[in-house]
Write a protein that binds this ligand. Structure first.
Ligand code: 3HC
Length: 287
C-alpha cells in the first residue's frame, strides 16, 4: 500500500457536497496550488454545494472580510464533476451520509478508479476507519473536520488498523498547508472532540428536559459562564440533531456505557424532523 508524497499542485477530490463537504472543499481550496473536484451522487447536488460555497464567499466579500479577487481565486480552484473523474486525485475526502454501508460502497468504488498511491480519507465523525477501509488496496485515513469547516482550525487525523504511516504524514501535511492544526488521534469511539463535546450537548438536553432552565438560558449560561463561543443547544442545532443522535448511539454501542444514552427529547426532535439549522427548527428556530 504505497502512498505518493504530498506536492503541489495537489489534485484533491471531495465527495459529498452538503454542509460539511462543501465547507471541506472550500477549506482545501484555500491553499494556492490545490485543485479540488467536488462531487456528489449527481451533478445537480454537487452544483448546489458549489453554489453554497460561492454564496458564503460573496457574503464575506460584502461584509469586507474577504477581497473579491481572493474569493474568485478560491472559487476557481473548485470545479464540479462526476465521481468517475476522480481517477488522477492524490487525496479524496469523503463527507457523505454518516452511515457505514454507503461509506463502504463509496470507498470500494473509489478504490477501483483512483491511481495507485492515492490516499482515501473519510470525514466520519464516529465510525471506524478500520471498517470503512477493510479489504481496500488504497490507504484509508480519517480526516475529521469541524463545522464550519472553513473556519475551525482543527483536523483530527485518525489511523485505522491498516493505515500506513505515510498516509498520516500526507494528511497532516495537507491539513497544515490549508492553515489547520492536525492532531493525530487513535481510533476510538468519538475520537477526542466528539467524545467530549457531544455528551455535553446531550447533557444540555437533559438540563432542558428537567426544566432547570430555558434553551436560551442554558446557551447563555455556557457562553457567559464557560466562555464557549456558542451554547450547547445552539451548537447541536449547528451540527444537526440527527448527527448528534447518531454519535451518541455510536458512543453507547461502542462503549456499552449507559451514560451515553441519547436523551429521549433528542430522539423525539429527530423523529419530528427538527434537526436544527438545516431544517429551520431545532432547540431554537431559524427563520
Ligand atoms: N463558512 C465560512 N466562514 C464562516 C462560517 C461558515 N459557515 N460561519 C462563520 N464564518 C466566519 C465568519 O466569516 C468570520 O470570519 P472572520 O473571522 O474572518 O471575520 C468568522 O467565521 C466568525 O464568524 P461570525 O463573526 O459571523 O460569528 P461568530 O464569531 O459568532 O462565530 C462560529 C461563528 C465560528 C460558528 C463560532 O460561534 C464557533 O466557533 N462556534 C463553535 C463551533 C464548534 O464548536 N464547532 C464544532 C462542532 S463539532 C463538529 O463539527 C464535529 C462533527 O463531527 C459533529
Amino acid at each position: 500500500m504505497n502512498v505518493t508524497t504530498y506536492h503541489t499542485p495537489a489534485l484533491i477530490g471531495v465527495v459529498g457536497a452538503g454542509t460539511m463537504g462543501a465547507g471541506i472543499a472550500e477549506a482545501l481550496a484555500s491553499a494556492p496550488g490545490h485543485e479540488v473536484i467536488l462531487c456528489d451522487a449527481n451533478i445537480e447536488l454537487a452544483e448546489r454545494g458549489k453554489q453554497r460555497i460561492e454564496e458564503g464567499l460573496a457574503r464575506r466579500v460584502r461584509s469586507g472580510k474577504l477581497e473579491a479577487n481572493s474569493a474568485d481565486e478560491l472559487s476557481s480552484r473548485i470545479r464540479v464533476a462526476e465521481i468517475e473523474t476522480l481517477t488522477d486525485r492524490e487525496l479524496i475526502v469523503e463527507a457523505i451520509v454518516e452511515q457505514l454501508e454507503p461509506k463502504r460502497s463509496l470507498f470500494e468504488r473509489l478504490d477501483g478508479i483512483t491511481v495507485a498511491g492515492a490516499v482515501l480519507a473519510t470525514n466520519t465523525s464516529s465510525l471506524s476507519i478500520t471498517e470503512i477501509g477493510r479489504g481496500l488496496s488504497h490507504a484509508v485515513v480519517g480526516m475529521h473536520f469541524f463545522n464550519p469547516a472553513p473556519v475551525m482550525k482543527l483536523v483530527e487525523v485518525i489511523a485505522g488498523a491498516a493505515t500506513p504511516p505515510e498516509a498520516i504524514v500526507k494528511a497532516k501535511a495537507i491539513a497544515e498547508r490549508i492553515g489547520k492544526t492536525p492532531v493525530e488521534v487513535a481510533e476510538g469511539a468519538g475520537f477526542v472532540v466528539n467524545r467530549i463535546l457531544i455528551p455535553m450537548i446531550n447533557e444540555a438536553v437533559e438540563v432542558l428536559g428537567a426544566g432547570t432552565a430555558s434553551a436560551e438560558d442554558i446557551d447563555a449560561a455556557l457562553r457567559l459562564g464557560a466562555n464557549h463561543p456558542m451554547g450547547p443547544l445552539a451548537l447541536g442545532d449547528l451540527v444537526g440533531l440527527d448527527v448528534v443522535l447518531a454519535i451518541m448511539e455510536v458512543l453507547q454501542s461502542e462503549t456499552g456505557d449507559p451514560k451515553y444514552r441519547p436523551h429521549p427529547i433528542l430522539r423525539k426532535y429527530v423523529r419530528a424532523g427538527w434537526l436544527g439549522r438545516k431544517t429551520g427548527r431545532g432547540f431554537h428556530v431559524y427563520p
